[in-house]
Design a protein around this ligand. Structure first.
Ligand SMILES: Nc1ncnc2c1ncn2[C@@H]1O[C@H](COP(=O)(O)OP(=O)(O)O)[C@@H](O)[C@H]1O
Ligand SMILES: [Mg+2]
Length: 366
């Protein structure tokens, strides 16, 4: 299965005016870190900062402004990443200024930045992967591809730009045919590449997700992941056929921006027919698959960020997650897990680094 050749960990985290942290300087060894504390103390905020360093996004789906501590002008998040070379990451954000550097050099292209730190988050919002609209599932696929395939992100960004321009043109009363033709050409070329990458990815992730689901599900449900592109035949032909509809709706009606990933349990849509428990299990299985996929491709376990979900899972399902946590542990990776004193999973045993989170402060407890 997973071949580990390298190890990467977050050795230091520095926060300034990030969420409810005026200032945080913490050092972390590899291994298992548990962040304990009451509600609303800042546990999830720490995971959010780590995820932000890895992906430049909040897993809570908010923009920069919400991450700035109330009353402050901007936030700073910095990290020392150790393994396969040491790196200093610094990210500053304010309404007026954004700044991202690695080892003191400004980052010009996002695709060069990704990979400096890899993280997979397990959080309540994951349930939306199963229950929510297709956008979340496209994002799931795009993140997997952006972090494993050189060039994918650049193509995705170019596709999105072409799509935006094309839609803006379609909204005009009399779109210029020649300009439209230009955007259409770009859309098709890039769109085909995106669809090919997704088509190729899904079966690989599917195998991992099925196995993960099998490990955590209390029954014998059979999980399938089906890539469902909005374009069924030739993109150029389908797009030409859609011209009348495009004229009426004034937008690009087909293309990878409308793709979906259909999740089925025993051949039935999990979103429509799955129980709450099944959906939750499936969401966790998708994230386990993501972590295992990164680990298989890069030979390095990503940092695992586990926000409260252990408390939401019953004992049987928790047990299914433990082999992945153990693997992260044994392979010199890192796990950060939040919980309150009450839902603290006893089965995790010893060898943990415990941290107490209180009103925007972090204190090591041994
Ligand atoms: N931009 C912000 N500025 C200051 N405080 C914030 C900001 N965003 C969230 N908070 C505070 O952070 C706390 C919630 O942190 P969180 O990490 O979600 O808590 P928990 O420990 O329950 O995971 C709340 O007290 C909230 O008011
Ligand atoms: Mg929380």
């Amino acid at each position: 299965m997973t071949r580990q050749t390298g190890r990467v960990h977050l050795a230091q985290l520095r926060l300034r005016d990030f969420r409810n942290y005026p200032r945080l300087d913490a050092s972390f060894v590899p291994g298992f870190h548990v962040l304990l504390g009451d509600n609303a103390q800042g546990k999830t905020n720490v995971l959010e900062a780590v995820y932000l360093l890895a992906t430049l996004r909040s897993f809570r789906g908010v923009g920069g402004a919400q991450l700035v501590r109330h009353g402050a002008a901007g936030y700073f998040v910095g990290a020392t990443v150790v393994g396969q070379g040491n790196h200093e990451i610094k990210a500053y954000w304010s309404v007026k200024e954004r700044n991202l550097t690695v080892d003191g050099r400004p980052v010009r292209r996002l695709n060069e930045y990704y990979g400096t730190l890899r993280a997979v988050v397990f959080c309540t919002e994951d349930l939306q992967l199963v229950k929510g609209v297709s956008r979340g599932r496209r994002r799931f696929l795009d993140l997997l591809l952006a972090q494993t395939q050189p060039g994918y992100l650049a193509r995705l960004l170019r596709y999105t730009r072409a799509l935006r321009s094309r839609n803006a043109l379609l909204r005009q009363p009399r779109p210029d045919d020649q300009i439209l033709e230009g955007f259409t050409h770009e859309l098709i070329e890039l769109g085909n590449q995106l669809m090919e990458a997704r088509r190729d990815l899904v079966p690989r992730v599917s195998v991992l997700a099925r196995a993960a689901y099998g490990r955590i599900a209390p029954d014998t449900d059979e999980l399938t992941l089906d890539y469902t592109p909005s374009v069924r035949g030739d993109f150029a032909v389908e797009l030409a056929k859609a011209r009348t509809r495009e004229r009426t709706l004034r937008t690009t009606v087909i293309g990878p921006h409308r793709d979906d990933l259909v999740l089925r349990l025993n051949e039935r849509s999990a979103a429509q027919f799955g129980s709450e428990g099944q959906k939750r299990t499936l969401a966790v299985a998708l994230k386990m698959a993501q972590a295992e996929y990164f680990s298989a491709v890069h030979g390095v376990m990503p940092v695992l960020l586990i926000d409260d979900v252990m408390g939401e899972l019953d004992a049987r399902r928790r047990a299914g997650l433990i082999p992945l946590l153990d693997l992260a542990h044994r392979s010199g990776g890192q796990v950060f897990m939040t919980c309150t004193e009450e839902n603290w999973p006893q089965e995790l045993g010893t060898g943990l680094h415990r941290w107490r989170v209180e009103k925007g402060t972090l204190r090591q407890q041994g």
